[in-house]
Ligand binder design. Structure first.
Ligand code: SAM
Length: 346
């Protein structure tokens, strides 16, 4: 047998080590290493250890691992500073901070993935095994039943929406819409991006009462009151009236039955010419990527990941025409327009 190619071996080993890199990043973030080195750049391992109340040996290993991952820089004197990557994404007060999402990955996604073999065997999510609680509705039974878990989840959604929101908000010309309703709009992060990008637009964020009651913790400092909040259940309650409905990272969480209930409620609320802006990861049509979407599907939520064509067919069955766009960002977008009754009958 010929020797394996060097790059093949490297690729497979890097994949095997991926979880170690993730956990090193999560741990350094949890221990506030990046915030500390931003306030006091140039500390050595012993000084960092003292500040984060950890062993010198462990801290040195963690800092060196972070250097190797491109999160920190160091020099001959063996003192440490944040890299540009860390400054952009890992400081708690950075505009594009992913800290909230990192905590969610560490505390929520990691435990689910540590039961991946059971998840694959059973084809079901492992929330009960991971968190010791039976749950029918992931949001109402697992995430929102505990205040700390709820805030962590909201922070996660907030941070990822801030990073992805602009690309979604600017993917299409929305100048003909005056009012929008962001269904499952969580902290309003996406809604604020929409109002920033579209000066004519007001957005109502519609989400469960448990979420809306915390929304003021996430208001940006400067707002012009074009974002408002309404509490309700999008499967049961009447939807606020709007020219444009937004569904960002909602449909992949639900089985077809719920998706149809929600889409028919939106279709009923839409008059001809109203829009629905859908934002999800669109799987490649041949389902070979992107691995971001296919790996997320392994969490075995009750829903599934779909391609643009699959979403398009779903939307068409509810009387929408669709145009989609790959945003070259973490989330893709599809603009769907409600057809007039006469067009629909053709
Ligand atoms: N749209 C946001 C974004 O893209 O960042 C948040 C997406 S998060 C995965 C799903 C959101 O749907 C959560 O904010 C959750 O509270 C909300 N949600 C779940 N079930 C709901 C329901 N029955 N009625 C209204 N909102 C719901």
């Amino acid at each position: 047998d010929s020797e394996p190619r060097k790059e093949d071996l490297k690729q497979i080993i890097e994949m095997m080590d991926g979880f170690k890199a993730s956990k090193a990043l999560f741990t350094a973030s949890n221990m506030c290493v990046f915030d500390l080195l931003q306030r006091r750049p140039g500390l050595d391992a012993a000084q960092v250890a003292q500040e984060i109340k950890a062993s010198v040996k462990g801290t040195k290993c963690l800092l060196e691992a972070c250097v190797s991952l491109g999160l920190l820089t160091t020099c001959q004197k063996q003192v440490y500073k944040n890299s540009d990557l860390a400054k952009c994404f890992l400081l708690s007060d950075a505009p594009f901070s992913l800290q909230g999402y990192i905590q969610h990955c560490d505390k929520m996604v990691w435990p689910l993935f540590s039961h991946l073999d059971s998840a694959v065997r059973d084809g079901t999510n492992q929330r009960e095994k991971a968190f010791g609680r039976k749950s029918k509705d992931m949001f109402q039974d697992t995430v929102y039943s505990n205040q700390e878990v709820k805030l962590r989840f909201m922070n996660a959604m907030h941070s990822i929406a801030k990073v992805t929101g602009k690309a979604v908000a600017t993917a299409f010309d929305l100048s003909s819409f005056k009012t929008a309703c962001d269904l499952g709009g969580c902290t309003g992060a996406m809604a604020y991006e929409f109002t920033k990008a579209h000066p004519q637009l007001s957005v109502t964020v519609f989400d469960l009462p448990a979420v809306v009651e915390m929304s003021e913790h996430f208001h940006p400092l400067h707002t012009d009151n074009r974002v408002s909040f309404v509490a309700g259940d999008f499967f049961k309650d009447e939807l606020p009236r709007a020219d444009l409905y937004i569904l960002a990272r909602i449909l992949h969480d639900w089985p077809d039955e719920n998706v149809h209930i929600l889409l028919s409620k939106i279709a009923d609320a839409c008059t001809s010419g109203c829009g629905l802006l859908l934002s999800e990861i669109f799987l490649d049509e041949d389902r070979r990527g992107p691995s971001r979407g296919l790996l997320q599907a392994l969490s075995m939520s009750e829903g599934k990941q779909r391609s643009a064509t699959e979403y398009s067919l779903l939307l068409k069955s509810h009387g929408f025409t669709t145009a989609h766009r790959l945003t070259d960002n973490l989330l893709d977008a599809m603009l769907c327009i409600k057809e007039t009754a006469s067009l629909q009958s053709h």
